[in-house]
Design a protein around this ligand. Structure first.
Ligand SMILES: Nc1ncnc2c1ncn2[C@@H]1O[C@H](COP(=O)(O)OP(=O)(O)OP(=O)(O)O)[C@@H](O)[C@H]1O
Length: 242
């Protein structure tokens, strides 16, 4: 049975349909990369799964339970944790205090402040620093750590590399790789196609609110994804922009 099942989901911002009838499944232990151009609907889809944005129609089923009408804080209790774009840390609070907020879901599991600091060693010396004083990479690690502290079954990561230097992105991804190896189920939105394909088992490319391409990350070609990204696959156009 799938851990997450999304069926014909429609999500609106006012009159705009940002997600238009999207369906897919994620099995336990899988990593799904969501790619697509700006405005394709990736963030809106993640937020709808997390319950941060209400769907207009369709269904999200998690671990066999229909989540329709279930508010976001209840979804965290059920095991869905979102690391939002822009991190959204409490800047006046320390790293440790931000991490401990993840505990409010009160879910059983192995994640502790110590384990987060082991996973993200760059945070160790910053444990008592205010989040507002951290570098971008340290903030990102804190945001992921805070989500892990809820002992999630499903981790939703929205553009974790945004605004970070390539070196720091490498570090964040090295830590993510450990999470993936330990069996955490992840959906991640990533702009960098190579990174998205290398870290995931499955990839979905969104275009204007719809799934333009869904495939196996190992077998799908970069060209196919790039074409789907630009909507060239359905127009039958030949070349892929450089
Ligand atoms: N709060 C909002 N109010 C109105 N429209 C919105 C809102 N958030 C997103 N949109 C619109 O919904 C569509 C999907 O946006 P969304 O942020 O989900 O896309 P995305 O693929 O995550 O893009 P990005 O990479 O730019 O974050 C876009 O047309 C966007 O302008």
């Amino acid at each position: 049975m799938s851990l997450l099942s999304v069926e014909d989901l429609v999500v609106r911002h006012g009159l705009l349909q940002a997600v238009r009838g999207v369906s897919f499944d994620v099995a336990r232990g899988e990593t799904l990369a969501l790619v697509g151009a700006n405005g394709a609907g990736k963030t809106t889809l993640l937020r709808a799964i997390a319950g941060a944005h209400q769907a207009a129609s369709g269904r999200v089923t998690f671990d066999g339970a229909d989540l329709s009408g279930v508010p976001s804080h209840e979804r965290v209790r059920k095991g869905i944790a979102l690391v939002p774009e822009g991190r959204r840390l409490f800047v006046q609070m320390t790293v440790e205090e931000n991490l401990l907020l993840g505990r409010s879901a009160d879910r059983a599991g192995d994640w502790s402040v110590e384990r987060v600091l082991e996973t993200f060693p760059n945070l160790k010396p910053r444990r008592h620093a205010r989040a507002g004083h951290l570098s971008g990479g340290e903030q990102q690690a804190t945001a992921i750590g805070r989500a892990l502290m809820s002992n999630p079954d499903l981790l939703l990561l929205d553009e974790v590399s945004l605004g970070l230097s390539p070196l720091i992105v490498d570090r964040v991804y090295a830590s993510l790789q450990e999470l993936i190896s330990s069996g955490t189920t992840i959906i991640l939105v990533e702009q960098d196609l190579n990174r998205a394909l290398s870290v995931s088992n499955k990839v979905i490319c969104m275009l204007e609110g719809r799934i333009a391409l869904a495939g196996d990350s190992m077998t799908v070609s970069r060209d196919e994804v790039t074409k789907a990204y630009f909507g060239l696959h359905r127009k039958g156009a030949g070349g892929v922009p450089a």
